[in-house]
Design a protein around this ligand. Structure first.
Ligand code: FES
Length: 363
């Protein structure tokens, strides 16, 4: 069975900075529903590769859903094959194979007040949230945006324009490493301390996200108002034949002895599970899952169009919320302790722990 991916045409490639390009896709009317998204979500892109056939990468949508546009923004990274290929080769009229939007770095209520942190190209999902909140919501938006230097600020002009248009509701604080050095945890905490009732979203390099996360925890931001997005690089091939992907995944799993949050090798419960699933307004019920395969594969066998991207426990595209019972995970490189405490689990890694299980994909 082939995974469901789609070939879309590139209508525009925009040079945002010397190192960053935005890529706009044309989504035909018959795929509009499949490619509907919420601000903060990402697309999984297949970049052609001489060595491996293709390289799969997740790139956040920098456009906002209400614009009707599907735009990702990609920044070169040193030795980053896919980002360099996109920046060097992609042009209007080309086509790329994509998986539909996914991800859980999304606001539940666009009318909330938002405290946003973007580091470098981490601005990509953050500007989608900011623009949506300003144009469709009613709350205030504060953005702390850190960059290496002035020339590396992506969307500088648009942010200035939004600040002018929404002067009463939008504040941007630019932080330039070339001028101020790296932002410190204490400095970030002082900044955030003025906005402790806001809902926080953070995306950027790992040290930046760690500093922001610590600052917000110190200020006792509750879990439901603290969100962070991790950049992911996919080792497997979510575009290929499922059997091939599973074989590659097994090899990767053997090589990976990481001891991450909430992981388990074997199901603790081996009998048939009474399973209820809520997905896109539909209810499914099964009574014959024995944990011989992970939950995502079981649902696929049953014909359920469950979301996924990496199949490796790296991206959270397949995340569900456990409403009743529990699910162990073979590998988890994306959910933290708080996510687990909220009942979030990765179905691509999910094995049964209880004889009844009720999950929802609707968050
Ligand atoms: S599909 Fe990426 S974590 Fe499950």
């Amino acid at each position: 069975m082939a995974t469901e991916s789609f070939v879309l045409k590139v209508t525009e490639v925009i040079e945002e900075t010397a190192d960053a390009r935005s890529v706009v896709f044309e989504v035909p009317s018959e795929l509009q529903e499949t490619f509907a998204y919420t601000p903060g979500q990402f697309l999984t892109v297949a970049v052609p590769s001489d060595q491996t056939g293709l390289a799969a990468r997740c790139y956040s949508l920098s456009s906002s859903p209400h614009s009707g546009r599907h735009q990702i923004t990609v920044k070169r990274t040193v030795d980053g094959y896919a980002s360099n290929w996109i920046c060097d080769n992609l042009k209007a009229g080309d086509t790329l194979r994509l998986l539909p939007p996914s991800g859980i770095f999304t606001p539940k209520d666009v009318d909330a007040d938002f405290l946003l942190f973007g580091g470098g190209s981490g601005i990509t999902p953050v500007i989608s949230i900011a623009r949506t909140a300003l144009e469709k919501g009613t709350g205030k938006v504060v953005l702390f945006y850190a960059n290496r230097d002035q020339d590396s600020v992506i969307f500088a002009r648009e942010l200035t324009e939004l600040s002018a248009e929404y002067a009463e509701r939008f504040t941007v604080v630019h932080w330039l490493e070339s001028v101020q050095g790296l932002p410190s945890e204490a400095g970030l905490q002082l900044f955030a301390s003025y906005f402790t009732t806001y809902t926080a979203f953070c995306c950027g390099p790992a040290p930046f996200m760690k500093a922001v996360s610590t600052a917000l925890r110190n200020l006792e931001f509750p879990r439901e108002r603290r969100h962070q997005e991790k950049f992911v690089s996919l080792g497997g091939n979510p575009f290929g034949d499922v059997e091939e992907v599973l074989a590659a995944q097994a090899t990767l799993a053997e090589a990976d002895d990481a001891d991450d949050e909430g992981e388990a090798e074997e199901p603790a419960f081996a009998g048939p599970v009474a399973l209820e699933v809520e997905l896109d307004g539909q209810q499914y019920a099964f009574d014959d899952w024995k944990g011989e395969e992970v939950l995502l594969e079981f649902l696929e066998k049953k014909g359920v169009q469950a979301p996924f991207s990496c199949r490796e426990g790296n991206c959270s595209s397949c995340a569900c919320v456990v409403l009743e019972g529990d699910l162990a995970m073979k590998h988890n490189d994306v959910l933290d302790k708080d996510d687990l405490a909220d009942g979030i689990r990765l179905t691509c890694q999910g094995l049964p722990l209880t004889d009844t299980l009720k999950i929802s994909y609707n968050g």
